[in-house]
Design a protein around this ligand. Structure first.
Ligand code: FAD
Length: 489
C-alpha cells in the first residue's frame, strides 16, 4: 500500500509519529506540507510564523532527502485549501491512506473533519494520532474518570504515569526504506514567501534560529543553563528560559525528546530540570483543557470563560475601553514594564512569561478591557502562539479559568517591575529614553521629583506618556467589576 504523511505542526523527520506510522504500515510513503489558504488568508502580510515555517520546511526537505537516500526523496509542498488539496494530492499519488498528527484546536478539528470526509468519498482513509504532547485528550484522568481542571493534582498524576514507553522516540530510520521518491511533476522547491503572498519579516535580524537545527541549538544551549532555570526564569533581562516555545509550536523539536532529557536530569536531583519539566506539564495540561472543555474557544477563536459565571463580568467595550486597548497594544500605557513588554512582543514576536502575566493582568484588571481582546492580539503577534496555552494564560490572568488566580489578586505593575527588573535593564532595552531616570523612579516616572526630571532633561508626556489610568483606581474598578461573580455565588 502507499501512504501520504501530511506534515502540519510537526516539522521534523525524526521522532515524528505520523511519519513513523506511515513508514511502518505502507511500502511507499510520500511526505507533504500544505500551505493552507484558510489559515494564511487571515494573517497579516508580514508574519514571522509563515517565514519560520517556510525556512523550517527547507530543513525538513533536506532531512527527508537524507533519510530516503537521494535528492528525489524531498518534501512535496502544496498551497491551497486543505479539503481540496489533500484529497487531490492523495489521488495523484495513488495512496490508500493519509497519516497526520492530532491537532485539537477547534479550527483544525473542523478542517480535519472536512478532509476526512473528502478523502472517504474517494476511498482513502485519514489516520491520525498523538504526537505533540506527552499525554493528550483523556490520557490523564482523575480517579473518577474525569478530566482534571486543577493543575497540581494533574501534574502529580502526569508524573506518576510517565515512563520510558511514553517518552521514547519513534524509530523512523529503521523504516526509512519505505520513503518514496517524489513524482517528477511534484518535485519543486517550497514556494517563496512572495509566492505565498507574504513579505519578509525581521526573523533573520532577530537571529531566531529556525527548523530542527535551530531547535537543537537552542536546546543544547539551554541544557548548559537548566540548573539555574528556577532562579533565573522570572527575570526578563536574564537569559533564563529556553526560548523553545516556537519550536514546540511547530514541532521542530520533539516533546518526547525534551521531556525525556528533562526527566533524566530531574531524576538525578537537578531542580532546574524538574521545574522546567513542570512547564512542559503545563503545556500538556492546557492542551487537555482545550480538548476536554471545548467551550473555552471556538473555531473563530471566540471563547467562554472556563468558569461560566465569569462571563457575567462586564468589560469596558466603550470608546474609552478601545482607546485604552490601543495604548496597551502600542506600549503607551505610561507603565514602563508593561510598555517595554508590549514593545518586546511587537518587535520580536516573543514575550517573557512573567511579562505575559503582568501585561495580561494589567489589560483585563487594571484597564478593565475584555481579556478576549488581549488574547486575540497575542494570537496575531506571538511567534509561539498556541491556542491552548494562550487561552489558558489569559483565562488565568482574568481569573475565569482553571486554576486561575483569585480575582482580587491584581498584579501591581510597578511592584512587579521593581521586583523582577530592579535595575530597569529590560525596560531600558525597549525604552532607552528611561535610562536618563534613576532606577527607583524609572519604574514609575510620574513619581519623579520635578528637579530630577529637569536634571535629566526629561519631559513627561513628551519623552514618555503619563499613566493612562491610576493603578489604585483601576484596581478598585476591577474589584467592582468582578463583584458580580461574588454575588452570583
Ligand atoms: P520556558 O520557560 O523555557 O518553558 C518551556 C516550555 O514550556 C515553553 O516553551 C512552553 O511550551 C511550555 N510552557 C511554559 N509555560 C507554560 C504555560 N504557562 N502554559 C503552557 N505551556 C507553558 N505559551 C505558548 O507556547 N504559546 C502561547 O500562545 C502562550 N500564550 C500565553 C499567554 C499568557 C497570557 C500567558 C500568561 C502565558 C502564555 N504562554 C504561552 C505560556 C508561556 O508564557 C510561554 O510558553 C513561555 O513564555 C515561552 O517561552 P520559553 O519557551 O522560553 O519558555
Amino acid at each position: 500500500a502507499a501512504g501520504l504523511a501530511w506534515f502540519r505542526r510537526d516539522l521534523r523527520a525524526h521522532d515524528q509519529a505520523a511519519l513513523h506510522h506511515a513508514l511502518r504500515h505502507c511500502r511507499q510513503v510520500h511526505a507533504a506540507f500544505l500551505f493552507d489558504t484558510d489559515i494564511l488568508e487571515a494573517l497579516p502580510r508580514r508574519d514571522r510564523r509563515v517565514e519560520f515555517i517556510r525556512e523550517s520546511l527547507v530543513q525538513l526537505d533536506v532531512a527527508l532527502r537524507l533519510l530516503g537516500g537521494s535528492p528525489r526523496h524531498g518534501l512535496i509542498v502544496v498551497h491551497g485549501r486543505a479539503r481540496e488539496e489533500i484529497p487531490r494530492l492523495a489521488r495523484q499519488l495513488g495512496v490508500q491512506a493519509v497519516f497526520a498528527n492530532h491537532d485539537d484546536e477547534p479550527a483544525a478539528i473542523v478542517r480535519d473533519a472536512k478532509v476526512r470526509g473528502a478523502l472517504a468519498d474517494i476511498g482513502i482513509a485519514l489516520h491520525d494520532g498523538k504526537d505533540h504532547v506527552v499525554f493528550g485528550r483523556r490520557e490523564v484522568l482523575t480517579q473518577a474518570g474525569t478530566p482534571y481542571s486543577v493543575f497540581t493534582p494533574y501534574k502529580k498524576a502526569w508524573l506518576a504515569k510517565v515512563d520510558d514507553f511514553y517518552l521514547r522516540a519513534y524509530p523512523i530510520e529503521r523504516h526509512a526504506s519505505a520513503l518514496a521518491p517524489r513524482p517528477e511533476a511534484l518535485a519543486c522547491d517550497a514556494p517563496s514567501l512572495q509566492d505565498l503572498g507574504f513579505e519578509v519579516t525581521n526573523l533573520k535580524d532577530l537571529a531566531i534560529p529556525v527548523g530542527t537545527a535551530g531547535g537543537k541549538a537552542l536546546f543544547d544551549d539551554f541544557l548548559q543553563r537548566i540548573d539555574h532555570y528556577g532562579s533565573a526564569r522570572d527575570f526578563p533581562a536574564v537569559k533564563g528560559p529556553s526560548y523553545l516555545s516556537v519550536h514546540l509550536r511547530f514541532g521542530t523539536v520533539s516533546i518526547r525528546d525534551l521531556a525525556r532529557q528533562a526527566q533524566a536530569l530531574a531524576s538525578r536531583g537537578n531542580e532546574g530540570a524538574a521545574t522546567w519539566l513542570g512547564e512542559l506539564v503545563w503545556r500538556d495540561f492546557y492542551m487537555q483543557v482545550l480538548a476536554n472543555f471545548p467551550h473555552v474557544a471556538d473555531e473563530h477563536g471566540q471563547g467562554h470563560s472556563f468558569r461560566r459565571e465569569y462571563d457575567r463580568v462586564h468589560f469596558d467595550h466603550s470608546a474609552k475601553g478601545k482607546a485604552l486597548f490601543k495604548a496597551w497594544c502600542e506600549g503607551r500605557t505610561g507603565y514602563p514594564l508593561v510598555d517595554a513588554a508590549m514593545l518586546q512582543l511587537n518587535t520580536t514576536g516573543y514575550m517573557h512569561n512573567r511579562l505575559r502575566m503582568v501585561t495580561a493582568s494589567f489589560l483585563c484588571k487594571t484597564l478593565g478591557v475584555d481579556w478576549r481582546w488581549g488574547e486575540r492580539y497575542f494570537a496575531v503577534q506571538l511567534n509561539d502562539y498556541d491556542l491552548a496555552a494562550n487561552n489558558g494564560g489569559w483565562q488565568w490572568a482574568a481569573s475565569c479559568g482553571t486554576d486561575a488566580q483569585p480575582y482580587f489578586r491584581i498584579f501591581n505593575p510597578v511592584t512587579q517591575s521593581r521586583r523582577f527588573d530592579p535595575e530597569g535593564k529590560f525596560i531600558t532595552r525597549y525604552l532607552p529614553q528611561l535610562a536618563a531616570l534613576p532606577p527607583p523612579v524609572l519604574h514609575a516616572p510620574w513619581t519623579a521629583r520635578p528637579v530630577d526630571l529637569e536634571a535629566a532633561g526629561f519631559v513627561l508626556g513628551r519623552d514618555y506618556p503619563m499613566p493612562v489610568v491610576d493603578q489604585d483606581e483601576g484596581r478598585a474598578r476591577a474589584l467592582e467589576r468582578y463583584a458580580v461573580v461574588k454575588t452570583a455565588k
